[in-house]
Design a protein around this ligand. Structure first.
Ligand code: FAD
Ligand code: MLT
Ligand code: ZN
Length: 451
């Protein structure tokens, strides 16, 4: 280790190679506490060239590397396994280019946080198209690597849709990609497409060229109470056809509302014993969209209670019931997190399968998510048999034409379930591609590795 440590110190400097167990421990435990590994060393390169030197040295030494951004990933892919690994932290790659208004793009270092991306965009008169609750720690590099989603996917798509360019370093230290951000270029492999969602297994993203969107300063946000999940889907359908500027359609099922309301010490602004599903809807526009939202909700028979707010403290109080659910679950313990998605018409059947699995294997479900994408975050506290619960629920999602991971990625958590959504030929082709780019298996071994 000392030989490798000395090499790394020569590349990044003594302040950026950490080996004190007290310090490296926080880099070796994931956000939920479910995945804990062993960080041989933590190294914090300050440039693409330093990333290249670090990867070259680790590959030559046969020491595997786990790329880490904000360490808010929820599938165990951002922390070392129980084998000695080097954590390559992108936390120092925080350069920010000027907002390019003509292109509506900006170039950012991979270690820039999602919140800083948004602040930087707004300082330039634009907005960032992706937002989710871990925004203060999650990085743009990590968001691309996990193809992160969040609440605005219904309007702008996932991170994959926002990447106009990127630079990355492969395990052998060679660099690929471009930050030109050309809207049109067709000359073979499109590196952003290949690396978005690759979860640190194909290369370390060092900088990204991201799209920006207009900053719709006026928002109207509603929480509505409906009788059932089917009613909530009917409200979604009505909103999709009746309103422009639909910016978020989020789902909170009663078990999740109970957990987050207790955590906040607040009473939900709507709902009663009739309520089977809460929907948080947001419109965002250059003009105040409150009237449009009120009109769209007014005559929907599925809604038995509604609260509508505009931007400001009232909105923050209402959105907290959705934004703070993940935090409220982790305050109660280490959950089994199953980030599944199905066609919205199959949500009822999915939840029936979830409840059957819980009856069979034990646990307390806290279900919520992103309604417009049929993405339910099936969080299970005190899981009875995590493997059987995962097998049954991921199996049900796949059988219903859905997926075993909507936005968090596969990480370590889903490695033994990849066969539910990928054929043997696809898994073999993906492994061949990965081997071509990382023949010594340096990058994130165990992540997205079918077992
Ligand atoms: P990390 O956790 O550090 O890493 C995640 C994965 O990406 C790992 O496999 C890692 O190896 C790889 N990686 C990181 N940086 C790079 C890089 N520069 N190059 C190559 N690989 C890299 N996710 C959503 O999609 N939607 C949500 O709504 C959402 N809500 C969340 C709410 C909370 C409270 C929390 C804690 C998490 C939430 N997440 C959500 C999950 C998480 O924030 C995202 O997956 C995020 O994109 C991870 O970014 P990160 O920088 O923390 O990456
Ligand atoms: C969120 O949408 O809050 C997270 O992706 C869900 C989770 O923590 O399971
Ligand atoms: Zn989510």
């Amino acid at each position: 280790v000392t030989a490798l440590a000395d090499l790394l110190v020569a590349i990044v400097g003594p302040d950026h190679v950490l080996d004190d167990a007290d310090v490296t421990a926080s880099y070796a435990r994931d956000w939920t506490g479910r995945f804990v590994g062993e960080a041989l060393l933590v190294v914090r390169p300050g440039s693409t060239a330093e990333v290249a030197g670090v990867l070259r040295a680790c590959t030559d030494a046969g020491v595997p590397v786990v790329p880490q951004g904000g360490n808010t990933g929820l599938v165990g892919g951002s922390v070392p396994r129980r084998q000695p690994m080097v954590v390559l932290s992108t936390s120092r790659l925080t350069a920010r280019g000027d907002v390019d208004a003509g292109a509506a793009q900006v170039t950012l270092g991979a270690g820039v946080t999602m919140a800083d991306w948004r602040r930087h965009a707004q300082a330039g008169g634009f907005d960032a198209p992706v937002d989710f609750a871990s925004r203060d720690s999650a990085t743009v590099g990590g968001a691309v690597a996990t193809n992160a989603g969040g609440s605005r996917v219904v309007r702008f798509g996932t991170m994959r849709a926002q990447v106009a360019g990127l630079t990355a370093v492969l395990a052998d230290g060679s660099s690929i990609g471009s930050l030109a951000g050309l809207p049109k270029e067709t000359v073979g492999v499109h590196w952003p497409s290949l690396l978005a969602g690759s979860e640190g297994t194909l290369g370390v993203i060092t900088a990204v060229r991201l799209k920006l969107v207009p900053w719709y300063r006026h928002t109207a946000t509603a929480m509505v109470a409906t009788g059932s999940l089917a009613d909530a889907v009917a409200v979604l359908a009505a909103l999709r056809s009746n309103v422009a500027n639909l910016d978020a359609v989020e789902l909170i099922l009663p078990e999740a509302m109970a957990v987050v309301a207790a955590h906040l010490g607040a009473t939900p602004p709507v709902g009663d014993e009739r309520t089977g599903a809460y929907v948080v809807v947001e419109l965002a526009d250059h003009e105040d969209p409150t009237d449009a939202l009120m009109a769209a909700l007014a005559d929907l028979p599925q809604i038995h209670d509604a609260a509508v707010t505009t931007e400001g403290p009232a909105r923050e109080r209402l959105v907290a019931f959705r934004d703070r659910i993940t935090e409220s679950i982790s305050a109660q313990g280490v959950p089994l997190k199953l980030d599944v998605a199905v066609p919205v018409g199959a949500l009822d059947e999915l939840m029936a399968a979830v409840r059957a699995a819980l009856a069979a294997h034990g646990g307390r479900v806290v279900p919520f998510g992103h309604l417009a994408e049929g993405n339910v975050h099936v969080n299970i506290l005190d899981p009875g048999d995590p493997d059987l619960l995962a097998r049954d629920i991921l199996g049900a999602a796949s059988a219903l034409g859905g997926t075993i991971s909507a936005e968090h990625g596969g990480g370590l958590a889903k490695s033994k379930y990849l066969h539910l959504v990928r054929t043997p030929a696809e898994l073999a082709a993906a492994a061949a591609l990965r081997h071509a780019l990382d023949p010594t298996g340096t990058l994130n071994p165990g992540v997205l590795t079918a077992t």
